[in-house]
Write a protein that binds this ligand. Structure first.
Ligand SMILES: [Fe+2]
Length: 416
């Protein structure tokens, strides 16, 4: 027996990262998105080595009878060649669904299948309350160190209808195994709750000439709306869900055009009651030497003009949350600005007057509940502890009620 153990020990070697996350004929990296109406459609994306594939979808039942009643939807399949080798990306857009209804689906090639995954469509009522999760940069040691945060978020908000990722999901946007880690960390959460990511600078890796390019992984792995600025499909977009207009701006490029697009979008009639923006680069930064004056001067007048309710960002690897704030003197009300981080990479905090609550050296996730009268915002630490909270009461202007816990602010890493 002792000899056998010795043989195994001698053979122990690091499995290459690309081997761990290598594509096979079995579907992986399965994720739900919305590319259309959240009440009646769902987009499913996955990866495999199979040439093509399809989804089967049925109304969820209390018993196991759904497979016989499932409808088949063929995938659009594309080559998905990366540094880890060849694979195929598969997408299905499923429409004609009933609002606020549980469904089950599976994806595969007819022989190799995912499990049957369950999700719920959004309500078609603009006054139905909705809960969602927002996280800042995952980015580093994603499988090892970020997984517990996204899993804790699920534990706290299992009925969340969607998850916002505020950019820098990975560190090197074209390195395939980092995406493998991102998908492995969230696991079946991604198969059960819709994701709405916005790209960060790390999704724009530089080439040998130091020119930054949007990683091809984004559009192969996600299916997001194409209703933003032309050329920025699936990165600049908006979704209207249950009284909330959720808008993703791609803060990496063509910012001025997106500002004009945003101004036009928010000037149009039939705007939902609440407007929440997400983009990666904050216009108010809690980290030292990270002020982004150019973007602030470009976008804040538009946010002020249209009384955007809340802005959810990342990039600065600290936590900072404002009171109601405007760029205009004398303007009442304003916008709530949040910067947060979910991954282990942490920057030094610069505690400034604009912050109602701040944190350094803390991994956080946020649970946000919206109803017609108010937004309830909670930032929680990796262990699930309440770190920050407020309510935003709808009005002209909105009214802020701070509900900050009495625990001290975490302003620096504890002494070792
Ligand atoms: Fe960033």
């Amino acid at each position: 027996m002792a000899a056998a153990i010795l043989v195994i020990a001698q053979k122990t070697a690091k499995v290459p990262d690309n081997e761990i996350h290598k594509a096979t004929a079995v579907p992986d990296r399965i994720i739900l998105n919305w590319a259309g109406d959240p009440a009646t459609t769902i987009a499913v994306n996955w990866r495999s080595t199979s040439a093509g594939g399809f989804a089967e979808i049925a109304l969820a039942e209390d018993g196991p009878g759904h497979p016989k009643k499932a409808r088949k939807v063929d995938a659009v399949s594309e080559d998905f060649v990366t540094d880890a080798g060849p694979a195929r990306a598969h997408f299905v857009h499923i429409d004609g669904l009933r609002a606020d209804t549980p469904y089950v689906y599976r994806v595969g090639d007819g022989m190799n299948w995912s499990e049957w995954n369950q999700f719920r469509t959004a309500s078609d009522s603009a006054s139905a309350p909705v809960e969602f999760v927002y996280v800042g940069d995952a980015q580093n040691d994603i499988y090892s160190m970020w997984s517990r945060v996204i899993r804790q978020a699920y534990g706290d908000a299992p009925k969340a209808r969607f998850i916002i990722h505020a950019g820098d999901l990975v560190n090197r946007g074209i390195v395939d195994y980092e995406w493998g880690e991102w998908f492995a960390a969230a696991g079946w959460i991604n198969r059960s709750i819709v994701s709405l990511p916005t790209p960060g600078n790390h999704e724009y890796p530089a080439d040998a000439q130091k020119v930054r390019h949007f990683t091809g992984h984004w559009r192969k792995q996600f299916a997001l709306p194409s209703n933003g600025v032309k050329g920025l499909e699936e990165s600049n977009y908006y979704v209207d869900v249950q009284g909330v207009r959720l808008i993703s701006l791609n803060s990496n490029e063509r910012q001025k055009e997106q500002g004009e697009w945003l101004d036009a979008l928010l000037s149009a009639p039939n705007r939902p009651r609440w407007t929440i923006l997400t983009f990666h680069h904050p216009i108010y930064s809690p980290a030292i030497k990270r002020d982004n004056k150019v973007l602030r001067e470009m976008w804040q007048p538009i946010l002020d003009k249209h009384r955007v309710d809340m802005v959810l960002t990342g990039h600065d690897h600290t936590y900072g949350r404002s009171n109601l704030m405007t760029g205009k003197t004398g303007m009442k009300g304003g916008t709530m600005y949040v910067v947060s981080v979910s991954g282990p990479k942490q920057y030094e905090l610069e505690r400034e007057n604009w912050m109602a609550r701040a944190a350094a050296d803390t991994q956080l996730y946020q649970v946000i509940r919206v109803d017609p009268a108010k937004i309830r915002f909670e930032a929680r630490t990796a262990r699930g502890g309440l770190y920050d909270a407020f309510e935003l009461r709808k009005g002209k202007p909105n009214r802020l009620v701070n509900l900050i816990p009495k625990t001290p602010e975490r302003l620096a890493a504890p002494a070792k």
